[in-house]
Design a protein around this ligand. Structure first.
Ligand code: PLP
Ligand code: ZN
Length: 403
């Protein structure tokens, strides 16, 4: 590793990069990496590895090319239909379902595994029941590391199997799942297991590349607003940090507004934001179809609140009904994403109803993960098909053509 330091998001204390801890030993808030390069972006076209392309933004002294599964470099798709319907200047959809395990988590998993290897770990792990679990299991297999995935005891087989298939040690843990994030970090420290949890510093670093790519894909321009479905707060922190670094290196002049979106049935960050308080409170009975953004006590919640209020920030919550509508709307553009990933479009529609848009805004929505991960939602989407005998087809189709 090159020389870098950790800065606490809460008390601003600094620690050397050799510290193998993921949260501030003084106040318990998340740590953030401080590293200064030159802001140089390497190469062009389609590179093999995001850590090579953006090497100058990370403190790795070398890149282990055998770990990448070619994550990142996801498409940024413009939608003129959504632009017109939502009444803004442009809608950009950053399609993260193109990643190797179908969600943005692969970016932070790559940076996390790279750091684990660079610091001599032989085992990694995570606490998750969904996308992060699959991602860490996949990269653990790829890197040949012993991999521990801690899930809740009640996880149904259809969610467990897509994790277990990679050959990780999946442990169903009885007890308070909400405590497992902190418990796993403690155990990992003792037993030498690098838990690449939702908002650990090197996972957050991985999410910076979403900002770098948007900047490159817009040819040096940036959106006015970036909309991010938010759970633990790790991804939105990384994306915001990516834009801050682009500005710090003089590559862009202004920062985009960052908008956090949560589901009404589990919105600890938006609740705190709306009440104007500085700390998040645990949500007792979460209820939403957007399971990927269902963290009841987000470990980076306080930092997201600080970030949104210190810069240009916004926090919006949307109902499950609005999320389902947005999911269908995106499918109508050819993009089937999971409910959590449709939340930004739901938020844009809500803001349109509230008269928020002026009509010229360039808005980028981060579509965090693919729809096939969560097929149970099909029941709720009211989908239909027709049945017909083969000899009647020629009569039926013209009827439909006239509709
Ligand atoms: C993990 C995840 C999120 C939430 O990201 P955080 O970093 O926990 O805020 C949103 N959408 C999808 C699809 C995810 O997998
Ligand atoms: Zn601190």
């Amino acid at each position: 590793m090159k020389e870098f330091s950790y800065k606490c998001c809460g008390c601003n204390k600094k620690f050397p990069g050799t510290l193998l801890r993921f949260r501030c030993p003084v106040c318990g808030e998340p740590l953030e990496i401080e590293y200064t390069g030159h802001g140089k972006i390497n190469g062009e076209g389609f590179p093999e590895n995001m850590l090579e392309r953006y090497a100058d933004f990370f403190p790795f002294s070398s890149v282990n090319k055998n770990i990448s599964l070619r994550e990142g470099f996801t498409p940024l798709v413009k939608s003129s239909r959504l632009r017109d319907e939502l009444g803004v200047g442009e809608v950009y959809l950053k399609n993260e379902s193109i990643n190797p395990t179908w969600s943005f988590k692969d970016r932070g998993t790559l940076t996390g595994v790279s750091h684990a290897l660079a610091t001599g770990y032989k085992a990694i792990g995570t606490v998750s029941t969904g996308n992060m679990a699959a991602s860490v299991a996949a990269y653990g297999a790829r890197a040949g590391l012993k991999t521990f995935i801690l899930v809740s005891q009640t996880l149904p087989p259809e969610k467990l199997n897509p994790i277990a298939v990679y050959g990780a040690e999946v442990i169903k843990v009885k007890g308070d799942y909400g405590k497992l994030y902190f418990e796993s970090l403690k155990i990992g420290e003792k037993l030498g297991i690098y838990f690449i949890n939702s908002d650990v510093p090197f996972r957050v670093e991985g999410s910076k590349t979403i900002a770098f790519e948007i900047y490159e894909q817009m040819r040096g321009d940036i959106p006015d607003i970036v909309v991010v479905p938010t759970s633990s707060g790790g991804n939105i922190r990384g994306i915001a940090k990516g834009f801050r670094e682009l500005k710090q290196y003089g590559l862009i002049e202004t920062l985009p507004v960052i908008m956090a979106v949560q589901a009404e049935g589990c919105s600890p960050i938006v609740n705190a934001w709306e009440r104007g308080v500085k700390t998040v409170e645990r949500v007792e009975k979460p209820e939403t179809i957007a399971h990927a953004i269902e963290n009841t006590y987000p470990p980076s919640g306080n930092e997201v609140l600080r970030m949104l209020s210190s810069g240009k920030g916004l926090a919006v919550k949307v109902t499950d009904k609005e999320i389902l509508e947005a999911q269908k709307r995106l499918a109508g553009e050819g993009l089937f994403v999971q409910p959590a990933s449709a939340a930004p479009i739901a938020a844009m529609a809500k803001l349109k109803r509230e008269g928020y848009w002026k009509g010229r805004e360039k808005v980028a929505c981060v579509l965090t993960g693919g729809g096939l991960k969560y097929t149970a939602v099909f029941e709720k989407l009211g989908l239909s098909s027709r049945t017909c005998d083969i000899q009647d087809l020629e009569r039926l189709i013209p009827q439909i053509q006239q509709d």
